[in-house]
Design a protein around this ligand. Structure first.
Ligand code: DGL
Length: 247
């Protein structure tokens, strides 16, 4: 299978990392809209317009599937992407909801959803979780983590101060949904903050879980072909990809 991975910028590489570690695809075409990132503070119509443009870009490749790694796009534009795409489109929100249900059998479990302002305002995770009986939810927009991760700050004083700022009134929940591409990069720090009893739900692993449930993979690809594109400065994206993905 040949897959396209779409994100607003570099963060979706965290999803590519999970795809690579499971060796599911022969070819991965990544597109990051680095010229227009961040999406997480933009309005619904803008996010939908950009997402449809990404679908058009992917038409240059004969893809079998598009994975929307961006939580913000998954929350707002999945239906419109599907309408415009010639191949199936799956997103991390749906995958994250299913992974949470798999991880937490008790429907009374406490779940904290963190993401960009747009993702949290969409209530996409809450709606998905409510629909399958999980109602003990809280949500917090934690957008400051995005520039921190982009600045390669994964722990330390600033991260701890930011945790305190966002979470000072929150008791450790049973699970935290990392509802943003960048958050897996601070997952060690988050795990330490909330404690080992809190399960962290990671979009990349959730997508792999969903793929393995819905598709039959007959082959493992040790060395998939990787193509990285960006709407601005693709060289910078390729450099970060090399580092994050240890290529
Ligand atoms: N990729 C975005 C997400 O997962 C985070 C960065 C942005 O705001 O564009 O929501």
């Amino acid at each position: 299978m040949r897959v396209g991975v779409f994100d607003s910028g570099i963060g979706g590489l965290s999803v590519v990392k999970s795809l690579l570690s499971h060796k599911l695809f022969k070819e991965i075409v990544y597109f990051g809209d680095t010229a227009r990132v961040p999406y997480g503070i933009k309005d619904k119509n803008t996010i939908i317009r950009y997402a449809i443009e990404a679908v058009e870009f992917f038409k240059n490749f004969e893809l079998d599937l598009i994975i929307v790694a961006c939580n913000t796009v998954s929350a707002y534009a999945l239906a419109e992407m599907r309408e415009n795409s010639t191949c199936p489109v799956i997103g991390v929100v749906e995958a994250g909801v299913l992974a949470t249900a798999n991880a937490l059998k008790n429907k009374n479990s406490t779940i904290l959803i963190i993401g960009t302002k747009a993702t949290i305002n969409s209530k996409a995770y809450e709606l998905g979780l409510n629909a399958i009986g999980y109602n003990n939810l809280s949500a917090k927009a934690t957008g400051l983590f995005v520039p921190l991760v982009e600045d390669e700050i994964y722990d330390g004083e600033i991260i701890q101060a930011t945790f305190k700022h966002y979470f000072h009134d929150i008791k450790s929940p049973d699970a935290v949904i990392l509802g943003c591409t960048h958050f897996p990069l601070i997952s060690d720090a988050l795990q330490n903050y909330f404690g080992k009893n809190t399960i962290l739900i990671h979009s990349g692993d959730a997508i792999v879980e969903q793929l393995e449930r819905e598709f039959v993979f007959t082959q493992k690809y040790e060395k998939p072909e990787l193509k990285f594109f960006a709407s601005e400065n693709p060289e910078a994206l390729r450099k970060i990809a090399k580092k994050w993905l240890e290529l």
